[in-house]
Design a protein around this ligand. Sequence first.
Ligand code: ADP
Length: 229
Amino acid sequence: MAAKTVLKLKGVERFYEDAAGKLVILKGADFAIAQGEMVALVAPSGAGKSTLLHTAGLLERPNGGEVVLNGQECGQMSDDDRTAIRRNEIGFVYQFHHLLPEFSALENIMMPQLVRGLSSKEASERAAQLLDYMKIGHRSTHRPSELSGGEQQRVAIARAVANAPRLLLADEPTGNLDPATAGYVFDALEALVRQSGLSALIATHNHELAARMDRRVTLSEGKVVEMVA
Ligand code: ADP
């Protein structure tokens, strides 16, 4: 049986308009990702990778077309509905960790769960499990400034999946790390995705990491295009 489609973009249009004119980024972009699939998004700076991730992740609305998550068209939903879906079904990881500096690693991972309504006990148990899984259980009481770059990113990844989303969107998650650290952070990310059955769309400039994913796509003339070889 074919795996379920988690995210589908149909004819997505996205443009920015200012005094200088109209800048078209996505022009009839189509894309689908199945449950459990890991897809690399490889394109030069400015091509529209972040725009695609933000549109897919319901942070930006498309100017046209459909963004279908788990069979539901989300492009036209109310802001409240989009926020609820984003909170429960989508995890984000950025190039910079964006952890809250005054909270510990454990508390940072608890936060989205508390926002969702879990008890403090449930949230801290899940956060501790995720830290162990990311092999940084011994760092749980440390604040972000007391962690290395690789450890900070592993906490950010754990936070992104704290609410067990179905889709993980990552914007150059290892882009700020040296090659060896990037390798082991990606190992942890890949293990998590493979073990949990998450779908992941990961923008990266790193061709070695891209080669480890199931598929590679790029952006060309505002469309999502499969990369061959
Ligand atoms: P990438 O992630 O591939 O570097 P982006 O999606 O960030 O590309 O940006 C694509 C293009 O859209 C760039 O030229 C960028 O300057 C422009 N852009 C992005 N966000 C906005 C915005 N909010 N307003 C105007 N232009 C934007």
